[in-house]
Design a protein around this ligand. Structure first.
Ligand code: GTP
Ligand code: MG
Length: 325
């Protein structure tokens, strides 16, 4: 790749933690500009130092409240923090994320904290990739811990969360959350469970149900048993901060476990596999779909399928033969 002095300077500034430069790049990632992809290619060798923590759970489970409090806990330990709030449901930056911005504003003056949000703009399916790349940007900035918050409801969210080393699943009593989590395949990827708003009725029942499910689950290759952490009412400072310290400790403990058992490499590989899939989709599938759509062939194909003149497999094979010579 030819050296471009301007891009070299941008990269240098991002690695120095330049907030404006990093924010611009993340915006370009959302807009899927070609220059953003070029920048990620150059940033990639400078990543891998951060501990990436995914935080997922139902809408309104209290994820942002936890993330905000965790920022403070990690800053007390002098760790630098990046936060990425991903909202796959809203095509525009929605109210919840706007609220997060305001809430997390108290960290805005702190150069050790960098908070961004990401929303889908148009194209489907690109969000997980954009999120993974935004994490790379924060990683290259030198953030020690990067938290990725996403609403855990579907496949896309699971893909986003797969960009993490440590996955925290936030459940709330009385919301049928454990059923939701089982359905969405989230139980399998959880490293830590939080029973949030644990002052509510049903907390004990949720914990015993969760324990039963965990007892049935086969041991992970890493030999890690996900802890269940109760966190009380966020507006009741003493129990809340106790639960929170326990959570911060469990997050650090999980990372230490990955390092000590030599399984951090496996997690890294899982992360890179996800990235390769996403990059292939971006490089192969998306251009083909774009071509078919713009040339009008997609509509013609759809018509033929409706009339049962052919079938999806035959069509896909024809297209593959044509494009992947
Ligand atoms: N009673 C009670 N309310 C809480 C607690 N934690 C958070 N909340 C409130 O629940 C609402 C949602 O909290 P958030 O932290 O925004 O939840 P979230 O999971 O980030 O929500 P989304 O990002 O919109 O999915 C807010 O009004 C919080 O003030 C808690 O421990 N107890
Ligand atoms: Mg939130």
């Amino acid at each position: 790749m030819p050296e471009n002095p301007e891009e070299t300077e941008k990269l240098r500034r991002i690695r120095g933690g330049d907030v404006r430069m990093a924010s611009r790049l993340i915006r370009n990632l959302e807009d899927r500009l070609p220059e953003a992809k070029r920048a990620i290619k150059r940033i990639f060798p400078h990543t891998g130092g951060a501990h990436v923590v995914g935080i997922t759970g139902s809408p309104g489970a209290g994820k942002s409240t936890l993330v905000d409090a965790l920022i403070a806990a990690f800053r007390k330990q002098s760790k630098t923090v990046g936060v990425l709030a991903v909202d796959p449901t809203s095509p525009f930056t929605g109210g919840a994320i706007l609220g997060d911005r305001i809430r997390m504003q108290r960290h805005a003056e702190d150069p050790g904290v960098f908070v961004r949000s990401l929303a889908t703009r148009g194209a489907l399916g690109g969000l997980a990739k954009a999120a993974g790349d935004a994490v790379h940007v924060m990683d290259a900035m030198g953030k020690a811990i990067i938290m990725v918050e996403t609403v855990g409801t579907g496949q896309q969210e699971v893909e986003i969360i797969n960009h993490s080393h440590t996955v925290v699943v936030v459940l709330v009593p009385g919301m049928g959350d454990e059923i939701q989590a089982i359905k969405a395949g989230i139980m399998e990827i959880a490293d830590i469970f939080v029973v949030n708003k644990a002052d509510r009725d049903g907390a004990a029942q949720l914990i015993s149900e969760l324990t039963a499910v965990l007892n049935m689950a086969p041991e992970t290759p890493e030999g890690w048993r996900p802890p269940i952490i109760r966190i009380g009412n966020a507006f009741d400072p003493v129990p809340f901060s106790q639960g929170l310290d326990e959570l911060a400790g469990a997050i650090a403990g999980h990372y230490r476990h990955l390092v000590d058992t030599g399984t951090l490499g496996d997690r890294m590989r899982r992360k890179t596999m996800v990235e390769i899939h996403e990059a292939l989709r971006d490089t192969i599938l998306e251009p083909i779909l774009k071509d078919l759509t713009e040339s009008g062939e997609m509509d013609r194909v759809a018509e033929r399928l409706v009339r049962k003149e052919t079938d999806p497999y035959t069509i896909a094979e024809e297209i593959a033969r044509r494009f992947l010579k």
